[in-house]
Design a protein around this ligand. Structure first.
Ligand code: AGP
Length: 608
């Protein structure tokens, strides 16, 4: 996902923009650029490659003097990564510069019409259309030109714009792609996300769809897309500044793994009152909760995997049928949703395009949507009928850990609440579960203490070619997540399989020394999973088992065992994921991978 930073004030803009973009590197990008007004004209510098290239090109911003400017890190969608395709883009006279995050879906016909009017394009991007369209409509009034353009374009955008003959203003606009505006005594800021400007201000505005902001050195004015001035409330960000830094850990991912105990505590504690679960943000009475006849969970990636766990937990406790689906499939298959279905969209970033589209599809069909989201004020959070925030704080590493664990905790609370309202569990059973849930943070702490042991084992597999994860029932759900964690950061091929399914084909891939990670945390399935482990061992596999304390029988079918503290079987995923996260992390570290910013990936996929 692209990153945007803009500044106008009494300080040099370029160093502030470069610093802000560096805090957005986690979003994934392939090129970077800046445009700064130097008192006479707009100066543009941009290049393919890491932000360091731009820093070197501009001597840390020194060669771009000026107190108003915009910057961008690009994650390519239209047009390969290249200097010319990187942002900012200019109109032909170089008097208007624009940066963009999102996709202009009707850029081809717009580009054609502009070319017919004599405009010449230099890039393959959709964004360059905006620069020329702004030029076409600009008659000296930036706001008028911008709103005219916004009425013409379709798709998603977060924009930063500067006009050479309006050097005391920068403009921003937003539709579907996140954009915030900040203010301080030193000036005004725009950014794609809070970490970019947290160093300069904690007072921010979350822009809503089709809003335009005019930033000046001494203040900000917001307008609707019809040029009507609108009032917005600022939000005070209370994140610690170091929350966006590594706090001494080698990688954000490791830091965030270690934050999981706190993340779960922060997510469950505010919703447990007098030994009962109170989820006010559901905005649903107990009667409405009791009427839910089906739940449809829609998400992507790890959030989808959390949904698979959620299915097992909700069905086990509340006896409500749950369907789980990846958002990119849901949105185009004309889904059949039964009456009284609650749709749950799970998304850490709250900006994943497919998940946002699934939310809109569900609402368009008249279904209530609950968002389980980590980023406050994100698109999914704002468009869902109700939102259950996971209080994981900013998650910087592309590979999610703490936000995923918080999603599990949210689903446990929801399942228990539904079960209690529907009377499918007794009060005694409810209290038992509550006690087990409260113990999870400390148990995770214990498992994190096995870091060195897991690291030692993982080092043996830095050269692995294929690694398989198997499990039955809820252990299959965590195998999916364990496999994704490994492959997305270490680039080692991996697959997760329902343990009983392996013998229907994929077992043919098992060779001498192939590592198979068998997750077995459900006592009623211990023996079944042992049989599957014996099957793969007979074909030469090396088996790592992740199982509950006391399951000693598994040793005869294992080469390496990680024991988990005793917990309620339906909460076991929250414990089993810890050794799997550590395993994937240390294989990636051993392979010298860029753990926090894996190749080809972005923290939030805001394009299809
Ligand atoms: C998780 O480690 C991956 N980075 C990715 O699968 C992610 O979970 C997925 O893109 C969904 O993101 P979201 O939760 O922000 O919607």
């Amino acid at each position: 996902m692209c990153g945007i930073v803009g500044y106008i004030g009494n300080r040099q803009a370029a160093p502030i923009i470069l610093d802000g973009l560096s805090k957005l590197e986690y979003r994934g990008y392939d090129s970077a650029g800046m445009a700064v007004y130097d008192g006479k004209k707009i100066v543009l510098k941009k290049s393919v490659g890491r932000l360091k290239v731009l820093e070197n090109l501009t001597h840390g911003g020194e060669t771009m003097p000026g107190t108003a400017g915009i910057g961008h890190t690009r994650w390519a969608t239209h047009g390969a990564p290249s200097d010319v395709n990187s942002h900012p883009h200019l109109n032909q006279e170089g008097t208007i510069a624009v940066v963009h995050n999102g996709i202009i879906e009707n850029y081809i016909p717009l580009k054609k019409r502009l070319e017919e009017r004599g405009y010449q394009f230099v890039s393959e991007t959709d964004t360059e259309v905006l620069a020329h369209l702004l030029d076409r409509y600009y008659k000296g009034n930036p706001l008028e030109a911008i709103t005219k353009v916004l009425h013409r374009v379709e798709g998603s955008y977060a924009l930063g714009i500067i006009f050479a003959d309006h050097p005391d203003e920068i403009y921003a606009a937003r539709k579907d792609s996140p954009l915030i505006v900040g203010e301080s005594e030193e000036g005004s800021f725009i950014a794609s996300d809070v970490p970019a400007i947290l160093k300069y201000t904690r007072s921010v505005y979350y822009m809503d769809n089709q809003e335009v902001a005019q930033l000046r050195r001494d203040g900000i004015t917001f307008y609707s897309v019809d040029e009507e001035e609108i009032r917005k409330e600022s939000v005070q960000i209370d994140w610690d500044a170091d929350a966006a830094e590594k706090a001494g850990y080698e990688h954000f991912m490791l830091k965030e793994m270690y934050e999981q105990p706190k993340t779960i505590t922060d997510t469950i504690s505010p919703r447990i009152k007098d030994n009962d679960i109170v989820i006010e943000e559901l905005h649903m009475t107990e009667e409405e909760l009791g009427k839910i006849e089906k739940i449809h969970i829609v998400a992507c990636g790890s959030a989808y995997h959390a949904g698979v766990t959620g299915k097992y937990v909700i069905e086990n406790l509340a006896r409500v049928p749950v369907e789980v689906e990846v958002a990119s499939e849901f949105r185009y298959r004309d889904p059949i949703l039964a009456p009284n279905t609650l749709v749950i969209i799970i998304s850490q970033s709250g900006e994943t395009a497919d998940s946002l589209a699934a939310l809109r599809e569900s609402k368009a069909r008249g279904f209530k949507v609950l968002g389980i989201v980590n980023v406050v004020g994100s698109s999914i959070a704002r468009e869902a009928d109700s939102v259950f925030y996971t209080w994981a704080g900013p998650e910087i590493a592309v590979a999610t850990t703490k936000a995923y664990s918080a999603q599990l905790a949210a689903l446990y609370l929801l399942a228990m609440k539904l079960a209690k309202v529907r009377g499918t569990i007794s009060e005694a059973r409810f209290q038992e579960l509550l006690m087990a849930l409260r113990r999870i943070p400390d148990q995770i702490e214990l498992l994190l203490g096995q870091k060195e042991k897991i690291q030692h084992f993982a080092n043996r597999y830095v050269g692995a070619r294929d690694i398989f994860f198997i499990g039955r029932g809820i252990d299959y759900a965590i195998s999916l997540e364990g496999s994704l964690k490994l492959k997305e950061i270490s680039y080692v091929h991996s697959e997760a399989y329902a343990a009983g399914e392996l013998k229907h084909g994929t077992i043919s891939l098992i060779e001498d020394g192939t590592l198979v990670v068998a997750v077995s945390t459900q006592p009623n399935l211990y023996q079944k999973t042992i049989s599957n482990m014996v099957e793969v061992k007979a074909r030469g596999a090396f088996v790592m088992a992740v199982t509950g304390e006391g399951n000693l029988a598994i040793e005869k079918a294992s080469d390496y065992v990680v024991y988990l503290p005793q917990t309620e079987p339906i909460f076991a995923n929250s414990l089993a994921i810890i050794p799997l996260q550590l395993f994937g992390y240390y294989v990636a570290v051993g392979r010298g991978c860029d753990v926090d910013k894996p190749r080809n990936l972005a923290k939030s996929v805001t394009v299809e």
